[in-house]
Design a protein around this ligand. Structure first.
Ligand SMILES: O=C(CN1CCCCC1)Nc1ccc2c(c1)OCO2
Length: 327
């Protein structure tokens, strides 16, 4: 059995939410290949933090005795609580004994998010934050039901896309799929590009980072980022806006990763114009920004992933790998 779930962008493609049924309640979760915990807003939160969200009724649920979770994300946001076992359905696929992590505390970033009802982690289960015993991700729990141990993402700019589980949909991409090996030793979908390019200007330096559906932008080393915006007239690193901004009518340089020898994976300039900074200014915020935060890795987030049909292959032909094709 395979499955497909439709995922829909919030405003400015800030995050993509996908319906997930837990018990008999449907939650809209942020599928995150950068983490490995499935957590939901719950009745253990202060009532005001539950308002407007689907809420997990812990009183009707099967507690995992003695288990708890606490997670800190790269952007500094955090959440925590206790753990239940429940039936979780995504795109027609069912995991009967899925660890569902009920949020009892949320950081301000999540309190401000009026749309997401929680997260569904799709990184490797070694990254799961449940103690005393790590729990498996939804993908690991349904993997044996799938034709192939793969998740394929089709995220789009300003339009619904899909998560395919167990199969690769040839109708969703053009040209060949180019595969690159993944180093899953730190629990992420980590890969290395042999080189990269800003437009026609190739830089023969390798770039290692993670394919992360849970991060909005492309986050790179600050010197690389300043080199990119040197090509964009009127661009400036604005402390006021928290990163590089430029006139909204700027023509942005494409960003290309060179992988698997000589295959180019290109993000068109249009996708690197992330969004206007506000309603009165003609400044736009860049889709490539410096990876400040708590993590010291490069992050190929949604701005990167939107240009591609991406196959997160956990080992259909040996080790884990990522496949890229234009969509
Ligand atoms: O933390 C995340 C992704 N995270 C996914 C779950 C919801 C909250 C955001 N991304 C991220 C990771 C490193 C960063 C960063 C953002 O900003 C600076 O460094």
């Amino acid at each position: 059995l395979n499955g497909t779930a439709v995922t829909s962008p919030e405003a400015n493609d800030l995050e993509y939410l996908t319906p997930v049924t837990i018990g008999n309640v449907t939650f809209h979760l942020d599928f995150d290949t950068g983490s490995a915990d499935l957590w939901v807003y719950s009745d253990e939160l202060p009532t005001d933090e539950q308002t407007g969200h689907a809420v997990y009724a812990t009183t009707d649920s099967k507690l995992l005795p003695g288990s708890s979770w606490e997670i800190l994300y790269g952007d500094g946001s955090s959440a925590g609580g206790d753990v239940f076992a429940d039936t979780v359905v995504v795109g027609g696929l069912t995991a009967t004994m899925q660890a569902v992590e009920a949020a009892a505390t949320l950081s301000a970033e999540f309190e401000r998010d009026a749309h997401s009802d929680g997260l569904l982690g799709l990184a490797f289960s070694t990254l799961n934050m449940v103690k005393p015993q790590k729990q498996s991700t939804f993908f690991d729990n349904v993997k044996s039901q799938l034709d192939l141990p793969v998740i394929a993402t089709s995220l789009k700019h300003g339009a619904p896309g899909t998560y395919d589980f167990g199969f690769i949909d040839e109708n969703k991409y053009t040209g060949p799929l180019t595969y690159v090996d993944v180093d899953s030793s730190r629990g992420y979908w980590t890969f290395t590009a042999d080189a990269y390019a800003f437009g026609d200007d190739q830089i023969s330096t390798s770039l290692t980072g993670i394919a992360d559906t849970g991060t909005t932008l492309i986050l790179l080393p600050s010197d690389t980022v300043s080199r990119y915006y040197a090509n964009v007239s009127g661009a400036q690193d604005s402390p006021l806006h928290g990163g590089y901004v430029f006139p909204c009518d700027s023509k942005l340089t494409p960003f290309t990763l060179v992988v698997a020898g000589n295959h180019s994976v290109t993000v068109p300039g249009e996708l690197i114009n992330y969004a206007p900074v506000g309603s009165v200014s003609n400044l736009c915020f860049g889709g490539i920004q410096a990876a400040s935060g708590l993590v010291d890795i490069n992050i190929f987030g949604d701005v990167f992933l939107k240009s591609q049909y991406v196959v997160f292959d956990a080992g259909s032909q040996g080790g884990p790998r990522l496949g890229f094709a234009n969509q």
